[in-house]
Design a protein around this ligand. Structure first.
Ligand SMILES: Cc1cc2nc3c(=O)[nH]c(=O)nc-3n(C[C@H](O)[C@H](O)[C@H](O)COP(=O)(O)OP(=O)(O)OC[C@H]3O[C@@H](n4cnc5c(N)ncnc54)[C@H](O)[C@@H]3O)c2cc1C
Length: 458
């Protein structure tokens, strides 16, 4: 076999898995990561007591693709992993918890609004076609529920000033286009119709299970490490595997220029070391505009706002009061928190009583949230015992996380993705930055299929 080299840019989960797959097809594979460690969004921190918390995505699931799952969860049958057959999530809305559903319950709204909203909801019998969240919800749930449930959630996630009517259904949606609204048996019957299936959540577990059996849907297994290292353990295992396979990992480095000729990338120059890498195949999982600029092309630009994540990691001296949920949504506008992760329930172990409370905000709003206020909210929501003391913790600020998914953001992304994919033939643009998919399993399946398709054609 001729000596061939593939270069992977971006050392998140997508880039690491791609590097392993490409190593089966190319003699050499080099992975370039700009941060000082690989893992991207999957990353953990520890506080002074040794409690581990995660900072981005953190409850990975099997993809259903055997080759991928073998890479991802090679040691899944060991005691290092807690296998979660059913992820338990609930939601806080209308001043109380529903621990059986992630979807807000419209019946908690004032009765007059609820009744008016139900009338509208029932009358929308077609699946809306709009790609805009507001329009989609208005034509699915109705304007009353859209204004009273969806709009406050959009403001919490994307900011008080977010241009609500231009937000698209693209990346970053949290599944909140479904609500609970009607009695359980009515819901189960109506959900046989596509328009109602898309907007209503099941209210009874038995109905949900029956539907899964009817549609022959396979179970998705989620995994969480029991090793006390948080999801960082997963990344460490994958990194070892990538290194064992002979992939060269270069961290704290970026690509300065990309040479291309006859619609083929031929080499790359690294920014810090000025090292030149020959390149027969490029797998790009960083933002596409960076590759275009490195190629001397002009990327499309536009107003793109990325939300800052403010995460309060907290460890208490008493058990958390919710001992079943793995994570929880806080849809109620009374709290700035949008998501809680309850680690003892994820690990199946209770050596720490720790959780993460996530807020999305503008960078200049960070100072307006304090740890004591967040703890007060957790106590008033009944998650933390009023007698509990916070014994350790960490507060993290992570800039540039979720994009505000405006039509402009989507158009710029799409244009840069297409320009890059079309100007050279030996490149795959993949991962969350490609804009093609977002969730961990979807990102990996898409990368896997693209690699098979592109390298079969070589
Ligand atoms: C805050 C947050 C929470 C999320 N939570 C979930 C969840 O709970 N479940 C779920 O399924 N999905 C979640 N997602 C979706 C997430 O997109 C996927 O889970 C997946 O992690 C994406 O992997 P990736 O490798 O494409 O991206 P990333 O993990 O972002 O990795 C990209 C890597 O590229 C590197 N990079 C960027 N630019 C350059 C450059 N110029 N040169 C070199 N390297 C570069 C970055 O440093 C990073 O390491 C979440 C996303 C965000 C933003």
């Amino acid at each position: 076999m001729a000596n061939t080299q593939a270069v992977v840019v971006g050392g998140g989960i997508c880039g690491m898995v791609a590097a392993l797959l490409l190593k089966q097809r190319f003699t050499n594979v080099v992975l370039i990561e700009q941060a000082d460690t690989v893992g991207g969004l999957f990353c953990s921190v520890k506080d002074s007591s040794g409690a581990a918390y995660d900072m981005g995505s953190h409850i990975p699931n099997a993809t259903g693709v055997a080759e991928l799952d073998e890479i991802l969860f090679a040691d899944a049958d060991t005691s290092s992993w807690h296998k979660i057959a059913r992820l338990c999530s609930g939601n806080y809305f209308g001043g109380s918890w529903d621990l059986n559903s992630p979807f807000p319950d419209a019946s908690k709204l004032p009765q007059d609004i609820y009744q008016q909203g139900c009338g509208e909801l029932i009358n929308h019998t077609e699946l809306p076609e709009s790609n805009l969240i507001y329009d989609y919800c208005a034509n699915s749930l109705g304007v009353v529920f859209t204004e009273s449930i969806v709009v406050p959630i959009l403001r919490k996630l994307y900011g008080q000033d977010a241009p609500l009517k231009t937000l698209t259904m693209a990346a970053g949606l949290f599944g909140f286009t479904r609500i609970l609204a009607l009695p359980a048996d009515v819901t189960a019957t109506l959900k046989q119709l596509p328009a109602f299936d898309a907007k209503l959540g099941y209210q009874r577990e038995a109905d949900f299970q029956q539907r899964k059996a009817q549609d022959n849907l396979s179970e998705v297994t989620y995994y969480y490490p029991t090793t006390g290292e948080g999801i960082g353990y997963w990344v460490t295992q994958l990194q070892k595997r990538v290194e064992r396979a002979g992939v060269e990992i270069i961290t704290s480095e970026r690509v300065a220029t990309i040479a291309h000729h006859d619609k083929k990338v031929t080499s790359l120059v690294l920014a810090n070391s000025e090292r030149v890498l020959d390149c027969d195949f490029l797998f790009w999982s960083a933002p596409p505009f960076i590759a275009l600029a490195a190629m001397g092309l002009t990327p499309a630009r536009g107003q793109v706002t990325l939300r800052t994540a403010l995460i309060f990691h907290l460890n208490f001296d008493r058990p958390l009061l919710d001992m079943q949920s793995h994570y929880l949504w806080v849809w109620d506008p009374s709290s700035a928190i949008f998501r809680l992760t309850l680690y003892p329930n994820l690990t199946g172990q209770c050596n720490h009583n720790h959780l993460s409370a996530e807020i999305l905000c503008n960078p200049d709003e960070i100072e307006s949230f304090t740890q004591s206020e967040i703890i007060e909210q957790l106590v008033s929501m009944g998650i933390v015992d009023p007698q509990a003391k916070c014994v350790s913790g960490e507060t993290q600020v992570i800039n540039n996380t979720f994009p505000v998914p405006t039509t402009e953001f989507q158009a710029v992304n799409q244009q840069n993705y297409e320009t890059l994919s079309n100007c050279v033939d030996n490149v795959i643009v993949s991962g969350r930055f490609s804009g093609k998919c977002w969730r961990q399993a979807e990102v990996l399946i898409e990368a896997y299929e693209s690699i098979i398709q592109a390298t079969d054609a070589i």
